[in-house]
Design a protein around this ligand. Structure first.
Ligand SMILES: [Zn+2]
Length: 304
């Protein structure tokens, strides 16, 4: 059956975790996702990925929004908070349960460390609990059955990437032992709910993408286009993050830092742009943004 081509409106998003202030590493993802959405005349949404409640820092979400606003980012609609979306995640979980794709797992971290094989992306879950049918009253996580099918996609920056989920990852957790929904489930449910068509984010999430595509398929959600950006690392090779001591970018807009983020993303702003006004920088960036110019490198050193 042939269908008429549907032109999906572009809907992008920026989805920080409120674990601390915005730093240079997160600014890169904000800038790239924003400019790409603007250039495609699409919408740009902001979502607080606060599903892992144990990591949230009080006040960080407001702090991030304040900083984004000060830098001149304009988002569409209301900011979404994952902590308010538990009902939606539970409903998605039920759909997976109905398809017999979910089982209870009681393995401890230690058991897995001692018995599971370390793969390229972490410990590969060996399926210990797949046929054990643990009773519900026993403390457990919920895992999603994976398949041997390769899950490949063509990343707009990094090119073709694929995994065999069963072999490379194993059946993965969608609800944790402590009752919190896993990031992988939450992000997929939210992207579908917000009709996100394009995701521009850091390379560290590239290896989560096949799991997310698989979840989209299990839940009969539309497919999404992906572009994974190089991530900023420090001299020790660690990703810039609050944990590795990355400095916050401050609440006042730092034009030079914004221009630095454009350079990091392979754009070629003129030398005098770092001394221009904030609106001038944005104007230049909107007129000159090229996703094609972003380096196809997983990591780039950033000197703080
Ligand atoms: Zn288990």
């Amino acid at each position: 059956m042939s269908e008429n081509p549907i032109t999906t409106p572009y809907r992008g998003r920026f989805a920080p975790s409120p674990t601390g202030p915005l730093h240079f590493g997160s600014l890169i993802a904000a800038v790239a996702s924003y400019l790409e959405a603007q250039q495609q005349q699409g919408a740009w949404l902001v979502r607080m990925e606060d599903v892992d409640e144990l990591r949230n820092v009080s006040g960080a979400a407001d702090d991030i929004l304040f900083t984004l606003d000060a830098y001149g980012f304009e988002w569409d609609g209301e900011v979404m908070y994952q902590t308010r979306r538990k009902q939606a995640y539970a409903e998605a979980m039920d759909k997976l349960v109905d398809q017999h794709l979910v089982y209870r797992c009681t393995c401890s971290r230690r058991e897995l460390r001692e018995n599971a094989i370390m793969g390229d992306y972490g410990l590969i879950y060996p399926g210990f609990c797949e046929h054990k049918d643990h009773p519900a009253h026993k403390e457990h996580a919920l895992r999603l059955r994976t398949s041997q099918q390769p899950h490949e996609f063509n990343d707009q920056i990094m090119g073709l990437f694929g995994q065999n989920l069963k072999q490379d990852i194993g059946d993965f957790i969608i609800r944790r032992r402590d009752g919190l929904f896993a990031y992988q489930l939450a992000v997929v449910v939210d992207d579908a709910f917000q009709n996100i068509s394009h995701i521009v984010r850091g390379f560290d999430l590239l290896d989560s993408t096949p799991r997310q595509i698989y979840l989209q398929q299990c839940l009969a959600y539309p497919a999404i286009e992906y572009a994974h950006l190089p991530i900023a690392i420090n001299a020790k090779g660690d990703k810039l993050s609050k944990q590795t001591g990355a400095r916050g970018i401050g609440k006042k807009p730092d034009v030079a830092m914004l221009v630095d983020s454009l350079k990091f993303l392979g754009q070629q702003p003129p030398d005098n742009l770092a001394r221009a006004s904030l609106p001038t920088v944005w104007q230049w960036a909107l007129e000159n943004w090229k996703l094609d110019a972003v380096p196809r490198q997983p990591k780039i050193l950033h000197r703080d």
